[in-house]
Design a protein around this ligand. Sequence first.
Ligand SMILES: *Cc1c(COP(=O)(O)O)cnc(C)c1O
Length: 401
Amino acid sequence: MSDLQERARALDTADELAPLRELFTLDDTVYLDGNSLGALPRHVPARLQEVLTREWGELRIRSWGESGWWTAPERIGDRIAPVVGAAAGQIVVGDSTSVNVFKAVVAATRLAPEGRDEILVDANTFPTDGYIAGSAARMTGHRIVPVPPAEVPDALGPRTAAVLLNHVDYRSGRLHDLPALTSAVHAAGGIAVWDLCHSAGALPVDLDRHGVDLAVGCTYKYLNGGPGSPAYLYVAARHQAVFDSPLPGWTSHADPFAMTPGYEPAEGAVRGRVGTPDILSMLALESSLDVWDGVGIEAVRAKSLALTDFFLECVTAYVPEGRVTSVTPAAHAERGSQVALRCEDAEPVMGALIARGVVGDLRRPDVLRFGFTPLYVGFADAERAARLLADVLNGSAAPVA
Ligand SMILES: *Cc1c(COP(=O)(O)O)cnc(C)c1O
């Protein structure tokens, strides 16, 4: 056994989160794509079967009340809340991240002081956020200003209504300084909207502590909610009374079953709801969140950094110099939970890796992405991934049977 393999074994033995891996349905592939689709917790299929057979099959319409379907969006929001550092009553689950970006950006312009006409958007944003913000800007008479997150402080001014930023860059894995940027936005009188897709479940976000105004995120990445599981919207308690949703659907009405012609918003985060919740996906998400019981996000973060450090160390040791370059920052304060390696022939390389049981993904043209989900990825996985990557790059990989 090599030195790095021995270290991996020792690190796995000392890892207090290691037993959590047993909660997931995994095989002997090294799964480093949990930043795109989290793995399935083992207990979820039985729970979904019960939802189908008992709640839908037998109780039918009664389940809206008796099985708690109607209140699922806010109940599940309260389960996500501790993971992102929010007190209860500020998160509602439903719709996609894209739709929640629309709600949040339009609502932010309505919360902002009168007369401001600019929306600053992360210049490197995941595309959907930029597309939606662009449409929201046209509808509300604002102008989009694309800005790299680090340059936001210089771009802020008396015209800034809202700022939409990705907490972790989906391509490079760079973590942006949420506390400092949120403070800067506030100092300029604007509203800070954060997209937590690549940070929630991987590192502490502390929404309340840092005074974030609005936030959105998906639940199928580090929160393991399942393919297309519903996203969430955070509305800070101090804004809820005036939060004005651009999609005021009937389920956000103060008295939805009164079926009145006039709209009157419900109190609290429920105001962010739109239409009938997608119960099957939502209850799969709710069940999957059980894996977080008793798990502290600080411990998850510590393991995430140790894993990505160790993976980078193995890559440096194994991969021929100059063959790949990390585009993920070395500084812990600037790193999310993934490692992105620039590699000229990224596409065939990732194909060969996947064929050998190391599943990462790629962002064209030249970025290999390796996501490290601390709940189920271990140090031996990191070592093996780096070793097989080196074999593929050396042309010495064993042929795939
Ligand atoms: C994954 C991701 C999304 C996905 O949006 P959907 O509406 O769920 O397709 C949006 N924004 C960011 C930053 C993401 O990483």
